[in-house]
Structures are given as C-alpha cells and as structure tokens.
Design a protein around this ligand. Sequence first.
Ligand code: 8YV
Length: 327
Amino acid sequence: KTARPKVIVSRRLPQAVETRMAELFDVELNFDDTPFDQARLIDAVRRADVFVPTVTDHVDAAVLAEAGEKLKLIANFGVGIDHIDLHAAREKNIVVTNTPGVLTDDTADMVMALILSVPRRIAEGEKIIREGSWAGWSPTGMLGHRITGKRLGIIGMGRIGQAVATRARGFGLAVHYHNRERLPASVEAGLEATWWPTLEAMLTRVDIVSINCPHTPETHHLINDKALRLMQRHVYLINTARGEIVDEAALAAALSRRGIAGAGLDVFEHEPKIHPDLLNLPNVVLVPHMGSATFEGRQAMGDKVIANIQVWKDGHRPPDQVLEGWV
Ligand code: 8YV
C-alpha cells in the first residue's frame, strides 16, 4: 500500500498525536480548527488517502459522492459514527474505523457527574453563590433528592452502559436496563442488572434514565413526547450519547410543565445550538459535549486513530473497522 499516505485531519488533535502523525504520514492539519464546511469536506475526500473526521463533520452521502478513487479509509476520531454514511462508504469500498473502549470510563464518569448534579442541585447552588445571593444555611434550603436507593434505567447496555452500571451500584442505585439483546446471564448477574425487553415498560418504573445507546435511524427521537409522558414526574433524564436521540423540543416542554423533574445534558440535537427554553430552566444541568473530554482520553483516541491507519497501511484489516449494519 501507500508508503506515506496522505492523511487529512479535520480538527486540531492533542499535540503529541499530531506530532506522531506527522512522523508517520503525509499529514495535513486544519490549523484554524474551525469545523469543515461542505466545500472543505469535499476537498478532503477528494485529496486524501485517509480522512480523519470528528463528530462535527457530516460525512454524508452527498460528500462521499464526491470522493474519487483515492480515499480508502475514514479513521474517525470518536466512537460514535452517526455523522458518517456507512452505506455510501461501503459502496465506494472505503473502510471506516472508530475509537471504541478508550472513552468508556470518562463518559461513564460524566453520566455519574450529571446523575449527582441534577437531583442534588449542584449547578443551582453554584449559581447562587456566584451571584452573591446566598443568604446562609437554612434547614429547608436547597433540598434535592437522594440518589441512594433509586432505580436507574440505562438505555443501551454496551461498553458505556455497563461502565455506568458498575459505578451506579457503588452509589446504591438499583440498575435496570433496556437493550435489544439481553446481556449474557453471567454479565447481567455481575452487574446485578434487571433487563426490560421493552423500553416503554422500563420508563414507567425507573427514577433516573440514562441514555447510552448509539444514534441510529431506530434510536432517532427514541425519547419523544410519548416516551417522556411514560416517565414519572420525579424522573431525571441524563443524556451523554447523542442529542438526536431525544426530541429536544418535547424535552423542553416536558421539563417546563414539570412532566419530569430535571435533566442532565451533555449532548444536544443541534449542537452547538441549544433549545432556548432549556437555558432558562433551573432543573437542567447543561455541559458542552464533554463526556470524553479528558487529556488521557483524547490521547488514547488519537493513538487508536493512528493504530487503525497504520494497520490499514500495512495491508491488514484495521482493528476498529466499523461495518455497515453494525447496530
Ligand atoms: C467526542 C463522542 O468528543 O466519541 C464520540 O462519539 O461523542 C466524543 O467522544 C467526539 O464525538 C469526537 O469526534
């Protein structure tokens, strides 16, 4: 194969990753770090042997239609690949890889941070102090809801869902999950998790809901008005997966009418735009797509991208190849 493949990277990556890429490949970096628009995406898929996109690049069928013979590998920086049209890639014999495993713990930590922040009103408390409006302690001030003993319903019990379950048990949460496939009995027993064959049934029975499934045509707006109305009024919804899994307008409406108690959101339907109503609700904690944003995680993601490119360059099947119909 190509000795020094042309690798176009759409965003700035950790310095050590960029340096290593420059040693190994004919790498072209995007120094200004602005997300690629359609024209720059098309330019990249025409000129690169390997394109390294991130979640901010919409490598859709229209973009891939412009790819010539040269592009052979899309080595995504990130585990979620809903921004890449796998069918269009396969039609053109372009291999797609992602970075599973290395951001599991960080994302699960973010889930726990949000599970703790929303019911215990961390962000509200912060705001009161910074505004200078804290009048001092009172027995009835800033009361939230206890975590221990509540039921957590995890939607999607893959790597991240299981890492959430492990952490949740340490906080005394009872773990419930909905996944199309039930976990092997030994894994399920190890996590002390209860499987629900239907999402609807689980939603009516849990106190906290955490979304940990990929965004696919099947999970698009999985949490819509109907699903939100199945949840009890005291439920907190946590989303660190993909914004598009939730109908954000329906969520804002549910929160406004107190149909559910609160939400902790790391991802949004139209990033970086956020539904205006969410900004004004006190019972919502908002963080800007930070689930995997650790120095260690980003380095490991970069290492995986490099490993995938190298194995492909050597003529083998890259370790993290994503197949069409993977979900
Ligand atoms: C990244 C993510 O921040 O890996 C994913 O799917 O959402 C995050 O880890 C980002 O998407 C990387 O492209």
